[in-house]
Ligand binder design. Structure first.
Ligand code: IVH
Length: 687
């Protein structure tokens, strides 16, 4: 029996790795994602039941879970050198001549793209990934093996049987452009829900794929790495007694062993060939799903490489050519101002459409008044727009020479005036404010400024808030434009005959909508508190406040000191709460909502089960329980002031373990010294 299971695990592992290779290395999947997930699930289940057969190179390890508290520093066997940089044809000619002067005249170059990520050195022993180390200072780097194992295109086990017993392979780990955009998009949605404004979102988002890659690789929890789909191109093989004569040949072999080697490299026999390669990729690179910032030239023959040798810092047989950041100039036709859901104003440059790095650029954010002033940017200006590693186009300067016109024979005159930043809201006309220390202007008319009001309503009806899903963005717009709803409280005064007057609103939809509104009156207090949209109060903070103060009046009367006692609430948030309740109009809305029967206190059941006994404690709940469901336990943790976290780290206070908790979790908790408690222990804690 056990032999049979061992065999099954091995067979499944092999099958999964094969699909993994097809998908991530060859980009040629042969089964659906669903089928793949099923196989992986089956393997994970078998390994859980038979932990004795769990191998360190099992494909299940790619989902992560291992925590690295501190990355070990490792000395590189072969130092990780950098390359000399060149920026133009002239520099390349010099490089080519330097080689020829040494007597090496008959040689080939391999041209490769220079990937903009984080360089990594992988060590393989007996065909298995043993260690992954970052470049560090070139001499010593960080051991990031656990994190690198989650990267699907990096083989844990090699294919074929002609690989050397021990070798290193180097390459670049990167975050694909699409993944970068996906993460930022998700982050943005989450931050909007939590009430952050555009400028704060911009600050918090990932800045560029390279930064994002290095940040991700330094995560302590490898599960977090697995969630961000990093990728890796390998471009150099290092070791002793290789049977290859050239770099190109060695990479072909690496490809056979299962490594992802770029198909975009080319062998050329002269500088002319190099220049053709540069020309081809100067624009084509923008259509790749990976950021590139140049081309790397390498002398192909290993013997010639050896002869040419190294300077103190870099090889004499290789050089990097850096692409100029894609840049164009265009006319700034106008500056417009957007008002966000939170009232924050973002100035936007409307440009004469121009092609840049494969896309048409029409707009670029100008961020805030300071930036406009610093660049002295004016409508009608000719501006330089750049698209570097940031993906989002950026205005980097003004061509001031174009601002002068020929006035008469010898006089040039400036025809524009410095931009005057708007003083009043373009949507509602209210005078803007700018708080000390903040870069952004705000429209303070929270309850009367159309985008702010509509935004508040969209937030209010969200699934995680009042969950009135039949009230979508479009209907809100219609109702608002028809003056049927001016505040969130008006939603509860909507009548069927009002609704039927709207375009595309049939009897059935109207009934649905009214039913949804009625049902929302039962939504518990903590979600109502989140729904009313106090700035900086996200879902989690709302829950904490609700369980701490138990009803809205206690929260309304809370002092700054009391608010600061609630875990994780800082001064800024506390002050926003105080400001909110000091505003008569806000109080009026709350009173109306109360009158309509919304929940503004914890239910009796919640009251009974509520305390702050678990304040400052965090729990990982795992396994199957006998008295309560996992969700009930999680809710109880929150109601008693505790926090639920997804995975075990050194900071976790307890692991609440039921039946069938995974052996890996068990091991991890023990390793990190996190106490494991049972359902009974937990019930005793809150008694
Ligand atoms: S070869 C001896 N090839 O560029 C130098 N490097 O300063 C071996 N890079 O740190 C590097 N793409 O992180 C090489 N196709 C490529 C590359 C590449 C990106 C990075 C690498 C290195 C830096 C050069």
């Amino acid at each position: 029996m056990s032999e049979e299971i061992k065999y099954k695990i091995e067979k499944l592992s092999k099958e999964i790795e094969e699909h993994n290779y097809n998908y991530y290395v060859l980009s040629n999947p042969t089964i659906s994602d669903f089928e793949f997930d099923k196989l992986l699930e089956e393997l994970i289940k078998l390994e859980k039941e038979h932990p004795e057969y769990l191998k360190s190179d099992s494909p299940s390890q790619r989902v992560g879970g291992q925590i690295t508290k501190e990355f070990k520093t490792v000395k590189h066997k072969y130092p990780m050198l950098s390359l000399g940089n060149t920026y133009n044809e002239e520099d390349l000619k010099d490089f080519d001549e330097r080689i020829r002067k040494t007597g090496v005249t008959d040689f080939e170059y391999v041209c490769e793209l220079k990937y903009d990520g984080v360089s990594i050195s992988l060590t393989y022993v007996d065909g298995k990934l043993k260690q992954a180390v970052t470049r560090g200072d070139g001499d010593k780097g960080d051991d990031v093996t656990a994190n690198v194992k989650t990267i699907n295109s990096i083989p844990l086990k090699l294919r074929g049987d002609d690989y050397p017993k021990e070798f290193e392979i180097r390459g670049e780990i990167f975050m694909p452009k699409k993944e970068f955009l996906r993460i930022n998009d998700e982050m943005r949605k989450q931050l909007i829900e939590e009430g952050y404004d555009e400028e704060e979102i911009f600050e918090k988002q990932l800045k560029n794929p390279r930064n994002a890659t290095s940040g991700t690789l330094k995560q302590q929890d490898s599960k977090a790495v697995a969630e961000r789909k990093l990728d890796c191109y390998l471009y150099a093989l290092l070791g002793e007694n290789f049977p290859f004569e050239s770099h190109y040949e060695s990479l072909e072999a690496a490809k056979r062993w299962g490594f992802k080697v770029s198909g975009d490299m080319e062998k050329v026999s002269s500088l002319d060939g190099v220049l053709k390669y540069l020309e081809k990729w100067d624009t084509k690179r923008h259509s790749l799903n990976v950021e590139t910032d140049g081309v790397v030239l390498k002398v192909n023959s290993f013997e010639q490489q050896k002869y040419l040798g190294f300077t103190a810092k870099s090889p004499r047989w290789a050089i990097a050519y850096k692409f100029k950041a894609a840049q164009v100039s265009t006319i700034l036709e106008s500056i417009s101002y957007q008002v966000g859901r939170t009232g924050s104003i973002t100035p936007v440059a409307n440009l004469k459409p121009v092609q840049l790095a494969g896309t048409t650029v029409k707009r670029a954010t100008l961020h805030n008044a300071d930036i406009i002033e610093k660049l002295d940017i004016r409508e009608g200006d000719t501006v330089f727009v750049e698209k570097g590693g940031e993906i989002i186009p950026k205005i980097i300067g003004v061509d001031k020479s174009k601002r002068h016109i020929h006035h008469n024979d010898d006089l040039f005159r400036e025809v524009s005036h410095p931009t005057k930043y708007i003083t009043h809201c373009p949507e509602c006309g209210t005078e803007l404010v700018r708080k000390e220390g903040e870069a952004n202007h705000y429209c303070p008319n929270e309850l009367g400024c159309p985008p702010q009001v509509k935004g508040k309503m969209e937030h209010f009806v969200m699934r995680k808030a009042m969950d009135i899903d039949s009230l979508g963005e479009e209907t809100i717009e219609q109702l608002y434009d028809a003056s049927l709803i001016k505040t969130i409280a008006d939603i509860y005064e909507l009548k069927k005959e009002d609704l039927l007057k709207l375009e595309r609103m049939a009897e059935k939809s109207a009934n649905n909508l009214l039913d949804g509104i009625e049902a929302s009156k039962k939504v518990p207090f903590e979600r109502v508190l989140f729904a009313i949209g106090i700035r900086h109060i996200g879902e989690t903070t709302a829950k904490k406040l609700a369980f701490y103060f138990k009803n809205i009046d206690a929260l309304k009367n809370a002092t700054l000191e009391q608010l600061l006692e609630v875990g994780d609430i800082g001064e800024k948030t506390a002050q926003t709460i105080i400001d909110y309740f000091a505003d008569e109009k806000c109080i009026e809305i709350i009173n109306k909502l109360k009158h309509h029967g919304l929940q503004f206190e914890l239910s009796e059941e919640q009251m009974v089960n509520t305390s702050d006994k678990l304040k400052d404690l965090s729990f990982v709940v795992s396994g199957v329980f006998s008295k309560f469901s996992r969700d009930e336990l999680k809710k109880t943790i929150e109601q008693n002031g505790g926090k639920n976290v997804g995975s075990i780290s050194g900071k976790t206070s307890y692991v609440l373990a039921g039946e069938n908790m995974g052996p890996e979790k068990h091991k991890k908790a023990e390793k990190l010294g996190v106490p494991i408690i049972s359902e009974e222990d937990f019930i005793n804690m809150i008694k």
